[in-house]
Each structure stands twice: as C-alpha cells, then as structure tokens.
Design a protein around this ligand. Structure first.
Ligand SMILES: [Zn+2]
Length: 154
C-alpha cells in the first residue's frame, strides 16, 4: 500500500510532510487518486491541507488556498474531487483499502471490509448524496464516479 511519506514525495507542490499523518493507511490510495487530479491543477496555487483525518467513518478533508489563486476552473474540478474523495472513503476499508461498509461499536462508526470489521453493520439503504455549488451528486460505487442527481429527487 502507498504510504504517507510516498505521497508527500509524489505531490510536493500540495503536501507538506506530516499533512497525512492522521489519515488511516487504507485511505491513502484514494488520497493518491485525488492528488493525481488535484495536484497538477493546484500547483503554485498555495494549496494547503488543513484537516485530513477520520471522522465518523469518513475522511474529513479540508484545505485552503489564497482566494486570488482560485479560478472558476479550479473550483469546478477541485470541489468535485473533494466530494468524490469523501464519498469514496465511506466505501473503502480504512485499514486495508479494500471495499468497505459502515460498522458501529457503541458511539464509534468506522468503514471497514468484512475482515477488519467489528461491531454491528450499519444498514443504510439510501445512497450518500452531497450538495455542491454545481448541483447535487451521489457516488456510484460500481462506476467509481459521481453522478448528478436531479434536485427534485433529493
Ligand atoms: Zn480491510
């Protein structure tokens, strides 16, 4: 599996050493896929990771950059990649990176595969959706991409 150190070396324009220290190992591959798109686009923009940690079964991801560096194109692409990264985390085992689902123990929720699971399976029939500045989207697990949702169906 990819390590946080490898990612810091691969994407020096957008990552400082230590930025990914709180990201569970199983999610580093989805972070890698995020930066494969975001890093070339945000190079020289002052992009800085603010928060990158597990929160209630998902990857809590926040970044900042000087407003002057943000173009409409950068917003359009990165806003979507942010949502894709977060929704992918809810479907990826945070321990090993294989497909995962939600499990709960007491008040803790984690996203894990069968092998790394513990506690009770979280049963939630509704697909996760996110409202973005460019409309509502949901994550299509099989296609591994975001799908636009008709606002009237939300
Ligand atoms: Zn696992």
């Amino acid at each position: 599996m990819t390590t946080a150190e490898e990612l810091s070396e691969r994407y020096p324009e957008v990552l400082y050493p230590g930025d990914l220290k709180d990201v569970p190992p199983g999610w580093l591959d989805i972070v890698d896929r995020y930066f494969a798109v975001v890093s070339p686009l945000m190079k020289d923009s002052g992009y800085e990771v603010v928060t990158a940690a597990e929160l209630a079964g998902g990857l809590d991801w926040m970044w900042t950059s000087p407003l002057s560096a943000m173009t409409a194109e950068r917003h359009r692409v990165v806003d979507r990649e942010d949502v894709l990264l977060e929704l992918r985390s809810y479907h990826t085992c945070s321990t090993c990176g294989r497909p995962g689902v939600g499990w709960t123990t007491g008040k803790t929720i984690v996203t894990r595969c069968e092998e790394h699971s513990g506690g009770e399976r979280v049963v939630d029939g509704k697909p996760l959706m996110r409202r973005t500045p460019h409309g509502v989207v949901r994550y299509d697990v099989a296609a591994d991409q975001l799908v636009d949702v008709d606002a009237e169906d939300v």
